[in-house]
Design a protein around this ligand. Sequence first.
Ligand code: NFE
Ligand code: MG
Length: 577
Amino acid sequence: MAERIVIDPVTRIEGHLRVEATVQNGKIIDAASSGTAIRGLEIILQNRDPRDAWALVQRICGVCTTIHALTSVRAVEDALAIRIPPNAELIRNIMFCAQYVQDHVVHFYHLHAADWVDIPNALQADPAQTAALAQSISNWPKSTAGYFRDVQNKLKSFVESGQLGIFANAYWGHPAYKLPPEANLMALAHYLEALNWQKEIVKIHTIFGGKNPHPNYLVGGMACSIDINGDNAINIERFNMIEKLINEAIEFVEQVYIPDLMTIASFYKDTASYGGGVGNYLCFGDLPTTNIDDFSNYLLPRGVILNKNLNEVLAVDPRDPEQILEYTDHSWYDNSKSGLHPWDGETKMKYTGPKPPYYTLDESGQFNNKYTWLKAPRWKDKPMEVGPLARMLVAYAKKDALAHDQVKEEVDNVLSTLGVGPEALFSTLGRTAARGIESKLAAHWLKRFYRDLIDNVKKGDQRTFSPEKWEPKTWSKDAKGVGWAEAPRGALGHWVHIQNGKIANYQCVVPTTWNGSPKDHLGVSGAMEQALIGTPYVKEDEPLEMLRTIHSFDPCLACAVHLVDKEKQKVTTVEVQ
Ligand code: NFE
Ligand code: MG
């Protein structure tokens, strides 16, 4: 007899996610991912000035802040054939890499670590042995017995006061936690350090974009001006500050994040045997080193891998109406036209779900027909995984990619450190490891783009904006554009149709829409749903292993369901226990 596990809401993510699983004999045999809250940005954009779109869509999410703005200006620049100055491309790349490093570190420590690290168990640790462990894996100067004792005392006062605060409500003491107390204490110390560090790195966004979250962008370039010797612009003092932040980022990733990741992963190699899911990976590519139209010069290459076949990388074209379609057969939309390319996409909400509390999977394990606000994007009718694992796999497999050698070296290093083969990549652990590998690369690329920017400025080019096509009278009456990016969580696309100077249609297909998508028109489940199938559990009422697989995708439902209920009707009730 099949039974159900329901997690609602899934915490330590952004947005509102409900996951239901049908379980039998200690394993998940089917799963449903449901985005339960709805917001409203594609509709808000209609009839707006396309030069304003970036500021509106950026409010889709404050976690992957900047990336929707970047994708939006790229979409509008594509539609209007606008070329931006080299400095603007470099500044965008710097902000992009800074975002990767910050977002991935925050995910590892603050959103994912509680799945691996039993925080209260750190009270059992010996601070001197913790220091010995930390010193054996890195040269991070803080790793002394006194430091770890202070952290432990802080935790003790939390526990004794009965107020665990940010550490309340987890499955502490669960038998699937495997770290020794010293590793738990080390990870706790770095959890707290990472909180402090992450607010520093985002100062790069405040320098180039005025603030964070939601820094300023501009169609045609960037909204900051460079005057290397000036007082009221980005000058040499600001550049020095950026360089210092970059050096600190490299140090934090190499001395804290990667050693912690490798240490923790070495205790959880069992999680390399499940959670792989669809085995199809899609990347639009990003980090142009020449210009956005020249895919061959991206540091993160474009391509698709099917069925885990690393011997072939297929071409992807987000403009092709045959390739990317969004289905709504199992989503709460009017689906009279399910299967539209985003340029023709529609956002017509139609809630037909049951009243809460509800089950997506009924008693017999059958799916209710419609169960989520997420649409189901598909590439050539296939579900795709997007994100760090997809990016590392495509760069690993694509031998002529610009950063192929660099990526291969980092991936092979991690595999040999853990003593596992490449098949381990297709798993829950592989997804989490790929995010770390990518963070290290991004930290170094941050420095590369910073140096390129300094070099270009030193040549006398201080331009950050191309004004030629600012005025709507210079635009064609009817124009379509697509902007793409590799958001921290995966391939992101914005499709815009501009008519008579205004937005006629705007559609976003977002990483978590791919990863968290429901079943499609063919009845095939999305990437996260498939990854959950086969995920084991040792305690049905504490599905820690499920959380590991779900969190390995770093889901963001705010991004995935970028819609709002205009009538402010209550669509669901979420019970928090
Ligand atoms: Ni709200 Fe986002 C990223 C985008 S995710 S976090 O990364 O785009 O689906
Ligand atoms: Mg959309």
